[in-house]
Write a protein that binds this ligand. Structure first.
Ligand code: FPP
Length: 316
């Protein structure tokens, strides 16, 4: 049997070093998403690592302990770097490996770099301490910090020629980002509350008697915390079902990457649904072997078929 082995286009030594830096950041910090990114062929994997390293930098500025005005200045410095990437004025010997890798990725793939501006805008909303009255308000934030990542990733993946309704792919990628972000918000309720942040919409909190917020490992007296969590889990599941429509539009390995990322987060959602108070006791996570198993299922298309069947049953 003749096998075609992917040979990535020639990449210069400084660009390789920049990608290698971004891949190290991804391997060390993307506890969940690295499982999906690893399934991609070399040039897509490198480009996704560049996007991840950029996003990690922006997120770390937002989450760090700096004063708000310093955070804002650092975020604007990062935006200036992005402008240099967009203008094509980053050369291979630039001292910032993330800029070098991102510039190369953006030359190689049609990445809509404006999504990274949206990410910065979203983190600036965090720095300003914005809170969200309704799901529609929270969606604006989620679109910036996660929907945009979905649309950027789609630039790397591409859609298969002739994919039916391929023009809707950015919308589905965005929706998948929302699903991941809402899951992330549920998982991190305790950590965020300790940092003085509540992302869940105020009107949902009120509906379930949770307006006083969260402190410690138990829900507030008289609150229907499980009701609140189950309500948000249902919302996240509906977003996953809609976002999964992207999968048939992608090539096999891009589809596997997305299925692994989404599959791992859906299992987090399952755990949270089974034991809602777990998110107040600590961070819900999956063992490494389970994440690896989900990634392998992603490669064989199993998760995608399962979710598609569920969506069809729900419609019937
Ligand atoms: C179509 C497509 C590829 C969509 C994917 C979009 C995507 C990867 C969005 C990421 C949003 C998100 C939940 C970030 C959390 O990062 P974190 O560092 O808090 O995550 P972690 O703690 O779970 O590792």
């Amino acid at each position: 049997m003749i096998r075609t082995v992917e040979s990535p286009p020639h990449v210069s030594a400084p660009v390789l070093a920049a990608y290698s830096y971004c891949e190290t950041v991804t391997g060390q910090q993307a506890r969940n998403f690295a499982y999906g990114i690893r399934l991609l062929p070399t040039s897509k994997r490198r480009a996704m690592s560049a996007l991840y390293a950029f996003s990690r930098r922006v997120d770390d500025i937002g989450d760090g302990a700096l004063a708000d005005d310093v955070k804002t200045a650092r975020l604007e410095d990062t935006r200036a770097m992005l402008t240099r990437v967009r203008e094509g004025s980053v050369d291979e010997d630039d001292t910032d490996p993330v800029a070098v890798a991102l510039a190369h990725a953006a030359e190689t793939f049609p990445i809509p770099l404006g999504g990274l501006d949206e990410l910065i805008d979203g983190v600036l909303m965090d720095v300003r301490g914005e809170s969200y009255e309704t799901w529609d308000d929270l969606k604006v934030y989620c679109r910036c910090v996660a929907g945009a990542i979905g649309r950027l990733s789609l630039g790397v993946f591409g859609t298969e020629p002739g994919a039916r309704a391929g023009e809707r792919a950015p919308e589905y990628a965005d929706t998948l980002g929302l699903a991941l972000q809402l899951t992330n918000i549920l998982r991190d309720v305790r950590e965020d509350a300790e940092g003085g942040r509540i992302y869940l919409p105020a009107d949902d909190l009120a509906k379930f008697g949770c307006s006083a917020g969260f402190k410690g490992p138990k829900p507030p007296e008289g609150a229907d915390f499980a009701g609140l969590v189950h309500f948000e889990v249902r919302r996240a599941r509906a977003l996953f079902a809609e976002g999964y429509r992207l999968l048939p539009m992608l090539d096999r390995r891009s589809g596997a990457c997305v299925a692994a990322m989404a599959g791992i987060y859906r299992r987090l959602l399952d755990r949270i649904e089974r034991d809602p108070e777990a998110v107040l006791r600590g961070r819900v996570s999956l063992p490494g072997r389970e994440k690896a198993y989900v990634a392998v299922r992603g490669l064989s298309g199993l998760d995608a078929r399962h979710v598609t069947r569920q969506a069809v049953r729900r419609r019937a």
